[in-house]
Design a binder for this molecule. Sequence first.
Ligand code: IPM
Ligand code: MN
Length: 339
Amino acid sequence: MVAGDGIGPEVVKEGLKCLAAAIEGRDIAFDATEFDLGAARWHATGETLTDTDLAAIREHDVILLGAIGDPTVPSGVLERGVLLPLRFALDQYVNLRPSRLYPGEVSPLANPGDIDFVVVREGTEGPYVGNGGALRVGTPHEIATEVSVNTAFGVERVVRYAFDVATKRDRRHVTLVHKHNVLVHAGHLWRRTVEAVAQEFPNVTWDYLHVDAATIKMVTDPASFDVIVTDNLFGDILTDEAAAVSGGIGLAASGNVNPDRTAPSMFEPVHGSAPDIAGQGKADPSATVLSIGMLLDFLGYGDLAAKVEEAVAADAAAKGSAVRSTSEVGDALAARIRG
Ligand code: IPM
Ligand code: MN
């Protein structure tokens, strides 16, 4: 477990409370190791994720992560030094981000409809790999590049995962989001890959949207999406928008999944460390609790995962407009999970 920065420790505490409630009375051995990663460690030692940390983390089945990032650390140091190395080194190539508008949750949209889709965001490639550089920095002639890396291997495995997810859903529909009219190299690799993989899934339909059009549809007709598959950066942007339309970032859960199980998968709320409200008991732990649900599902405890999600849904329906502290929400969810 990596509690991390800002509100990370607060929401992780509630997540673990709910995990304990979910596995109570079940014959599930549970043991957590706390990894000190993030701003405090960097300030104290200058270290980010070390090889020793990584080796120790690999000994675990799954990782729960709170949030990484702090304004006292230069932008990019912790993201490029902790979070992304975890995703990359542990080959978490599927960044799974479901969006559901639970009854009782308020969408900023007048007519949101019945939102229930999942974004399958690629997690180990794209513009996130750090392939680029800068020349003549600070001069009027500065040149900066961030070259998006898309491999046939990497695209195919995440596309296949998305189609597989679609087979287990009612609508069985995949939407590829990219920008192949401009990003012709990567875009056409994605398009061709989807065309080829779709042949293997005759029961799944698919369509294509340019990312700019997808951002419009996300606010005009989000309920029409079922499974979206897209690259790392488009997926990052689109899932924040998805969270916003489906009840807010306080409810957005995610899994950084290594489907081949060659290394641990990692579950984390989509929100960041929110330093402005850290330490005040104001953060909503629901996204972390939903991430616990995804974690349980990944480990094969589908019944417990369902209980966790039902608890969050029931809480959304019942909570009204009362302001509750982080631990009050955690207590309420744990009580519902216990049933
Ligand atoms: C997310 C975050 C990260 C990302 C940052 C913190 C590196 O925004 O998990 O969506 O861009 O993937
Ligand atoms: Mn993001």
